[in-house]
Structures are given as structure tokens and as C-alpha cells.
Design a binder for this molecule. Structure first.
Ligand SMILES: Cc1ncc(COP(=O)(O)O)c(C=O)c1O
Length: 338
């Protein structure tokens, strides 16, 4: 099978498994697992922040941030297609009792002027008070789109001027940076908290980090425990994360080139209505009347290719570490044969 459903489908390489096997571990709930501590310090340092906390998933790191930055009854501003709202099972409302103000915006991106226009001040008792703004970079449902640094900076200014917290869902931050060529620190400085995932483009089997200042991470440790995410000899998994940060960032651009190649190919296919230009490793395209997404996906599956539907005749391919050039040739052959 050629699996293009997500970049989460990768299996640890032999070298990553060796790093995991030889990890030194302790009990991370007692905060004495040396490999977890090493991973947390490394991630914090890479982003120029004071501290980090290792968690089982990107959903948990996002939801910990929401929980700390808000109080029940507050409002969070985010895009209507943001992962934190659209794909996390309603947990902002369930776990933190907040409401949301959902903004529109091309390819899943929100703008500073739109954020400013939707802030509810605490002087109006009728409306939920806005306390948090969340952005996602790259933007999954926006077809892996990359925010311009200046746009993120403008939103940061609106947050500062209005005393709002600012959280980045950077599940694929390193994919964004592979395109802009900018440093992680430069981006991280704009935000009160940043979530990064090791289990997406970076190829680790499990794990995400929430990153911020020391006081924030101290609170995050308590919330992680309350959410059931405190783990024990998890250094075995953290070792995969360290390996991923050391070895799998510099190759991300290859995934982007392959997604772009497939996007250009699809543009020329008679069954395609529209292709969102692939900015990173996510390629979303819309089928025309020749195919329903269900039929298209089952024909692909018969030919050993997996992808996911995105609604409204849209389909998503995600390129990743385990998707090779020879697989791409096979995908090309199949797409041309449909
Ligand atoms: C942008 C984004 N944020 C967060 C997550 C959540 O990560 P996890 O599946 O580890 O909960 C995902 C998962 O695909 C994602 O794409």
C-alpha cells in the first residue's frame, strides 16, 4: 500500500528504533526520566523559550494551552477550519468551557484586522470575554498553507494591545519554516505558547510538545496530569522525538517537492476541478463531476493507494518520510490511468 492519508502514518526507521532501545529512562511523573528532560530542554532551546512539556498528542498540547490561557465562559478566536476547533472533538468546550468566535479566511488563515474586529472586551457583560487567539501554521485544512511571518506579527500586536494570549498550533511548524527559511525562535517569540508535533512530518511514532515560559509549563504539567496525559518510562518514546528533531527536519523540503509535483500532475487530469497549490506537504484537490470522492478513493484503494476525503468532492494527499520517488512514479501511473 502507498499511504497518502497523512504524514502520521510513518513507521520508525531502524536508526530511530535503535535510539529508542538504548534510551535511559526514569519515571516522568516524578520528573526523573533523563531522556524526556533532554527532549524538553532541546525543544525549548530550539524555539528560544524557557521550557517545554512532552505530551502524548497534538490534541493534548493544544487543549492544555486553551485550558491555561482561558477561564470557563471566555471566548477563543480561531479560524473556522482550525484543527483546535474542527478536529479535536469539541474539547475546547468540553474541557475548558469556552466559546469560540470562528473567523473566515483564505486557506485557513486569519488576519489581524479580522481578529481586532471580533474582540469582545470585558466591559460588555453581555458577551463572552475574548482571552485567546489561536493560529495554525502550516494550516492542515487550508492545504498545508504557510502564514507570512508579517501576518502572524500583526496578529501578535493586536493580541498584545488587547491583553489577549496567543497560541500557535505548530504541528507542522517545521514544514512552514522549511519554506520560509526562517528560524523557529523568530516565530516562537510572537507567541505565549507553541505546540509542535513529532509524530507528523518528523516521523516519530508518538508525541508532541507544548512550549512556553517556565510558569506556563509548570501549569501545563498540572493540566497534563488532570487530562490523563502524564506518562511513566516515556523516555523510550522521547528518544524517537530527539532523533526526529536531529535527523528529520532538514529533509522536509523533499516532501514538499513531491506534493508540488503531484499537484502539477493533477492539474492536467480530466477528472479534476481545482487543485490548491501545494505550499508544503499537504495537497488538497477537488474532483469534477466525473467522480464522487467515494468512487475516486475506492478506485485508488483497488490500486493500492490510500488517501482521505475532505468533504465537498475534495480529497487530500499528504507526502511524508515513507513516501519515496518510486512510490510517486506508481501514483503518477495510476492517476494517469483513471
Ligand atoms: C494542525 C494539527 N494540529 C493538531 C493535530 C493533532 O495531533 P494529534 O493527532 O497528535 O492529536 C493535528 C493532527 O493531524 C494537526 O494536523
Amino acid at each position: 500500500m502507498i499511504d497518502l492519508r497523512s504524514d502520521t502514518v510513518t513507521r520508525p526507521s531502524r536508526e530511530m528504533l535503535e535510539a529508542m532501545f538504548s534510551a535511559k529512562v526514569g519515571d516522568d511523573v516524578f520528573h526523573d526520566d533523563p531522556t524526556v528532560i533532554m527532549l524538553e530542554e532541546k525543544a525549548a532551546c530550539m524555539l528560544g523559550k524557557e521550557a517545554a512539556l512532552f505530551c502524548p498528542s497534538g490534541t493534548m498540547t493544544n487543549q492544555i494551552a486553551v485550558n491555561i490561557h482561558t477561564r470557563p465562559g471566555d471566548e477563543v478566536i480561531c479560524h473556522k477550519h482550525s484543527h483546535v476547533y474542527y478536529y479535536e472533538g469539541g474539547s475546547m468546550m468540553r474541557n475548558s468551557g469556552v466559546s469560540v468566535c470562528l473567523l473566515e479566511g483564505e486557506r485557513g488563515q486569519i488576519s489581524a484586522s479580522d481578529v481586532a474586529a471580533h474582540i469582545n472586551p470585558d466591559t460588555d457583560v453581555h458577551r463572552p470575554v475574548t482571552t485567546l487567539v489561536e493560529v495554525e501554521n502550516t494550516m492542515n485544512k487550508g492545504g498545508g498553507s504557510v502564514y507570512k511571518y508579517e501576518s502572524l506579527k500583526e496578529i501578535a500586536k493586536v493580541c498584545r494591545d488587547n491583553n489577549l494570549k496567543y497560541h500557535l498550533d505548530g504541528a507542522r511548524l517545521f514544514n512552514a519554516l522549511a519554506e520560509t527559511g526562517e528560524s523557529p525562535e523568530k516565530y516562537a517569540q510572537l507567541f505565549d505558547s507553541v505546540s509542535i508535533c513529532l509524530s507528523k512530518g518528523l516521523g516519530a511514532p508518538i508525541g508532541s510538545l507544548i512550549i512556553g515560559d517556565r510558569a506556563f509549563i509548570k501549569r501545563a504539567r498540572r493540566v497534563r496530569k488532570a487530562f490523563g496525559g502524564a506518562m511513566r518510562q516515556v523516555g523510550y518514546i522521547a528518544a524517537a522525538g530527539i532523533y526526529a528533531l536531529d535527523h528529520n527536519i532538514s529533509r522536509l523540503k523533499q516532501d514538499h517537492i513531491r506534493a508540488c509535483y503531484l499537484g502539477n500532475l493533477l492539474e492536467t487530469m480530466p477528472y479534476i476541478d481545482k487543485v490548491m497549490p501545494a505550499e508544503t506537504n499537504i495537497l488538497i484537490f477537488t474532483l469534477n463531476v466525473k467522480y464522487s470522492d467515494k468512487d475516486f478513493l475506492s478506485e485508488l484503494k483497488e490500486k493500492d493507494i490510500l488517501a482521505v476525503p475532505m468533504g465537498q468532492r475534495m480529497v487530500r494527499f499528504v507526502t511524508h518520510l515513507d513516501f519515496t520517488d518510486s512510490m510517486m512514479m506508481k501514483v503518477e501511473e495510476v492517476l494517469k490511468s483513471l
